[in-house]
Design a protein around this ligand. Structure first.
Ligand SMILES: Nc1ncnc2c1ncn2[C@@H]1O[C@H](COP(=O)(O)OP(=O)(O)OP(=O)(O)O)[C@@H](O)[C@H]1O
Length: 599
């Protein structure tokens, strides 16, 4: 089961986590950004006081009670400070851009590292893909741009608001509270809306993923053949369209409701500021407020209201982004992970496996793919796994390769529980060809060399692997030989047939001198000659190896030391070919059935 270690976290905790994380990435630059913010805001606050001073001086000059030079002096000071304030922002933007890029890179790296550590069972769960989809949205270009911009904007607006508020509070505290109370409901509403939108988007993620899946099929080169042959385009489009509007309509309805509320609450804020200005006018008329202070109050009242809105608007956007970052942190705490090499045990030299009452059920299914399997595979033994489709052969191979853990029972490698073994080390001793092997859109050299990435530059080894798998003849006919790009997605590439790809996958497994070989239907796409070459090669190279081969070709199985016949996740018969034929059971019937085509 997917373990998520933390529950819903408060915005405050997430904000702290985010700030700590930013500081961890580039403490010097992040601290520098805060200092620039602080300076800029102090300058903005001073500006309000200077406006008051200049207005009073202008009146004084007009009434000839103050000298013109004093007015020019304070005007020069104000302009000077404004110039300093303005020059801070290009500096701020450059620093911010760098911090943002560093954050984005770190996010992507963390996301990818985590995915490579998670156990494969986790990938089988749909809720994992929902969470991954939400966590990935954090790494979209622009997300970091917005959150860091909003965060710094919030800090800057808060500094501005505090300095302007301090001025108004000092001159008239009641006026300040009246403006604050009328200005607050609108941004608080916005904050609540952000939470609702996040919740809605979270619920919509499975539909959005499905919608993207439909779109992906319509765009995919691989699917294009069937989409056209079976005329699926209209059906896919109508499904995609239905989901598109279902998702977007729900968001639009929420947006309409929010906008109506906003208009009402914003008007309340305007009423607050208007009342404040009316109060100032009355104070000027009754002589309790001089003209200079009136001018400054006029600026400051609007400033307080706009400041409160600006702080809370940025806060709403930051908290919305933090909720998404929260998904990212949740994702980073997912488990279970593979055993870290530092705590894991070294695998024994003897490549033997013991399965004790092993059952396995894929996550989110209600049926065991393997049921109570008990078996021993000795060092150097060659095993053929046969059985009808869905009987559990591939699942058994995946468990032996340590890719999945049994849901019940234990698999031992040598004497040690496979779960406790350093899998990276054990996998270095394994050569595996999966039934659904990867077709990398890279060069032939890479496609073979990935079997032993440390030897990717070792041309001789790659050529040798190609010769053993029979891929060398294909490569000789390619335009750039081993450097041919195997994809039509990028320019200059080419494409191979299914069987040719399979030969490359087999060559990949020959890249390491492995003590354990696992081949899951390695010849399903090969022509008879190629199949016979590959099987001969397998029998020759698997001498003294612990080897497992999954195949429906019983002709091959007869050359293995032991055959395991599987049915419904159980081993129903096992023994050598001769023993099983003599037993005259299921295997004997299958053998008779297949051999009749060759008689
Ligand atoms: N990823 C998965 N999630 C859920 N169920 C799965 C998954 N993979 C396989 N199964 C189920 O597990 C059972 C065993 O599948 P497995 O692939 O091991 O069969 P197999 O014997 O290798 O079949 P085949 O000969 O068709 O390759 C089947 O019932 C299958 O439907």
């Amino acid at each position: 089961m997917v373990q998520r270690l933390n529950g819903k976290q408060s915005s405050y905790r997430l904000l702290m986590q985010y700030i700590v994380w930013m500081l961890r990435i580039d403490m010097r630059r992040v601290a520098g950004l805060f200092v620039i913010q602080l300076l800029g805001s102090l300058l903005t606050g001073m500006n309000v006081i200077l406006v008051s001073r200049i207005a009073n001086l202008a009146i004084g000059v007009y009434q000839q009670t103050d000298p013109l030079s004093a007015l020019f002096f304070w005007l020069a000071v104000t302009l000077g400070l404004a110039a300093i304030n303005n020059s801070l922002w290009p500096l701020f933007s450059l620093q911010e851009e760098k911090v943002r890029l560093e954050l984005e890179e770190s996010l992507l790296q963390d996301l990818q590292d985590k995915a490579s550590r998670l156990r494969l069972e986790v990938f089988e769960r749909s809720d994992f893909h929902d969470l991954l989809g939400r966590a990935r949205s954090v790494t979209e270009p622009g997300f970091m741009l917005n959150i860091s911009y909003d965060l710094f904007h919030m800090v800057r607006s808060a500094f501005n608001m505090f300095t302007i508020s301090a001025v108004v509070l000092w001159w008239n505290p009641w006026l300040f509270f009246a403006i604050a109370i009328t200005a607050l409901p609108s941004p608080i509403m916005k904050w609540l809306e952000v939470q609702k939108l996040f919740q809605l988007e979270k619920e919509q993620i499975p539909d959005v993923r499905l919608r993207n899946y439909y779109a992906g099929i319509m765009r995919s080169r691989e699917a294009a053949k069937e989409v056209r042959t079976f005329g699926l385009a209209d059906w896919l489009h109508s499904r995609w369209q239905g989901l598109f509007w279902q998702v977007e309509d729900a968001k639009f309805r929420l947006s309409v409701r929010n906008n109506v509320k906003h208009v009402l609450l914003y008007s309340l804020g305007v009423v607050g500021v208007s009342c404040g200005i009316a109060w100032c006018v009355a104070a000027v008329l009754n002589g309790s407020l001089n003209e200079g202070r009136f001018a400054a109050m006029f600026v400051a009242l609007g400033g307080v209201s706009a400041g409160i809105r600006s702080v809370f608007d940025s806060f709403s956007r930051v908290s919305g982004s933090l909720l998404r970052i929260g998904d990212f942190f949740d994702y980073m705490l997912l488990g279970p992970e593979e055993e870290p090499a530092t705590t894991a045990k070294q695998p024994s030299e003897q490549a033997s496996f013991v399965l004790e009452h092993v059952s396995f059920r894929y996550p989110q299914t209600d049926r065991d793919a393997l049921q109570d399997v008990c078996c021993t595979f000795c060092d150097g033994e060659r095993i053929a796994l046969i059985g009808e489709n869905g009987s559990g052969k591939t699942t058994l191979v995946k468990l032996l390769a340590g890719l999945y853990q049994p849901t019940e029972g234990v698999i031992r490698f040598g004497d040690t529980d496979l779960q406790l073994i350093d899998m990276a080390e054990l996998r270095r001793r394994m050569a595996v060809v999966f039934q659904d092997f990867n077709r990398y859109a890279f060069t032939v050299r890479d496609n073979i060399g990935f079997g032993n990435v440390m030897e990717l530059q070792h041309g001789g080894l790659i050529q040798d692997a190609a010769v053993r798998s029979g891929a060398d003849e294909i490569i000789a006919g390619l335009p750039q030989g081993y450097d041919t790009l195997l994809t039509k997605q990028f320019s200059g590439g080419t494409e191979l047939s299914g069987g040719q790809w399979q030969k490359l996958a087999i060559a990949r497994s020959y890249m390491r001198e492995a003590a354990i070989a696992m081949l899951d239907e390695p010849t399903s796409a090969l022509d008879p000659k190629a199949e016979s070459d590959v099987l001969r090669q397998f029998l020759a190279t698997s001498q003294n190896k612990t080897a497992f081969i999954v195949s429906h070709r019983l002709g091959l199985a007869r050359f293995c030391d032991r055959i395991l016949l599987m049915q419904d996740g159980r081993i129903v018969e096992q023994g050598s070919h001769d023993e099983l034929v003599a037993k005259n059971g299921e295997y004997a019937q299958l053998w008779a059935m297949q051999s009749q085509w060759y008689n």
